[in-house]
Design a protein around this ligand. Sequence first.
Ligand code: C2E
Ligand code: CA
Ligand code: CA
Ligand code: CA
Length: 278
Amino acid sequence: AKESGRGNRQFYATSMDASALDVLHQERLLRDAIARNDFELHYQPQIHLADGTLQGLEALVRWRHPERGLVGPDEFITFSESRGLITPIGRWVMREACRQLKAWQDEGLAPVPVAVNLSALEFRQRDVAAEIASVLLETGLAPQYLEIELTESVLMHQTGQVLDTLNAIKALGVGISIDDFGTGYSSLAYLKRYPIDKLKIDRSFVADTPGNTDDVAIVTAIIQMGRSLQLQTVAEGVETQAQIDLLAGLGCDLIQGFVVAMPMGEESTRRWLLRNKT
Ligand code: C2E
Ligand code: CA
Ligand code: CA
Ligand code: CA
């Protein structure tokens, strides 16, 4: 479902031929969706490469669009940000992910963390640490079962405030991952300055392995650096057994991708968890 509308990017404000009317129309639909929580979370498992056991679930938001069906985040997160509408969506995602995980845990499923994505803008605009604390309290989810995923662009702004916020999140007992690692501009110095647990190797580096030797070199280097710095490494977008074999040989800790499972809706995830219960 995440592909729905992939070819319709010009529908949105980011394109030159999107008319002002379209933008207004989409904005109205989005405001309605926010008022009704017309979103859903899909979940994608992350597994340990060594033994195939579940390590965690990443929550990925979708919009139940009245005209276009289920719309993926690439189609509306940036738009939401440009219309000043990302904060309520992000808050809903955080609360819903924690609520759902707690519900599964109460059923004896998913004794693993859920990972929530936060864009750089969200990270700047919201008091993320305070919000996490209050959502954990409200949902009853234990802090070690929440992770947040940030892109390097968050860390580019080397302000004391970023450090304070990350330390506050860490102090709560919540995990911090760097998403799309290797695609940002920031210096690697942040890896020692900030309390990071995990590096998620961007899908673009994984996609053409093992065939592309440059990509193999990059993935190898990231995994080795992760090990040296005692950060867990996660390969994203793993689609083939050949990639699994390569990553296992390199000592990558975790994998996520279609070869394990696609992102799944709530009910499919629940069935997946039941089937994979250990
Ligand atoms: P991401 O965090 O890098 O998430 C992984 C994306 O890769 C997901 O796309 C997922 O469906 C896709 N993917 C997973 N495995 C494979 C694979 O094996 N092959 C391929 N080709 N793709 C795979 P999705 O769900 O469309 O999400 C796109 C992006 O939207 C995410 O990239 C994330 O940056 C952002 N996003 C998702 N949910 C949220 C959210 O709640 N808040 C914010 N701020 N951003 C979100
Ligand atoms: Ca992510
Ligand atoms: Ca990613
Ligand atoms: Ca990405």
